[in-house]
Design a protein. Sequence first.
Length: 278
Amino acid sequence: MKQLIYFLIIFSSKNVFGQINYSGFIGKYPIELSAEINTSGNSYGVYVYSTFDSPIILEGNLEKEELILFEKDSKGKKSASMTFEKFNCESESIEGIWKDLKNEKQLKITLSKKSKIDDGIIQYASADDHYFRIVTDYQTVSEIKIFQKKTDKLIQKFDVDCQFRGLYCISAGDFNFDGFTDFSIFESSYAGPNTSSLYFLYNPKTKKYFESSFSGTSLEFDQKRKRIIETNQCCAGSSVTTAEYKVIKNKMVLEKERCFKWSEKKQALVEQNVSKCR
């Protein structure tokens, strides 16, 4: 099996949001690349070696046509860099240097523009044995693809209709508190900080994922207490409802609900009867 590095960054400006895709080599190793940079020059990305297929985040900056991206180790220290001089997102081909910051080893990067990413955009989050790609038109996500690490075998696909968030559409975690890694996909954002996601749970018997019935606003997962916390804000934060759930047979079961309303007199949120928040 070829050793493949997949490296993703996304390009955007005040008036343009587009995907730039390249394929080529770092040294003798085949790679695929896409690029994202915001208006201040900040950039981010992810790459994986297909031997392991564990996504590694990259962060960097574009300044005076020089794009530099850094890989960090487990302690947050920069461990490797990718440098592209005279970088132009419209170029049909680009060249650069990959450098190991510990031993100074360098490899040449040579890339040519691609028209599309056939398997979808790889996500930063991954599970123990699987990694994820999303199919998107860069506004909505239409499909999730799940691949086996090391073999790149397609394991499962799910059709979805979710907002696009670049590398961070997928999150991984133990959402039903059974000790196995599940995953979620960001679905939508609403008024204020409210968000929703779709949750897919792992079945250790079938070694497959299934879409759960978990739903709610801005869910958080307390691994220590094994509880799901929902927070719903409205009216510029002047009304806040929280709910706490336990998980029984992969279902969310409501345990308690609380209501908080803004008090002008106390200049703080004050707990009230739950009916006041409905």
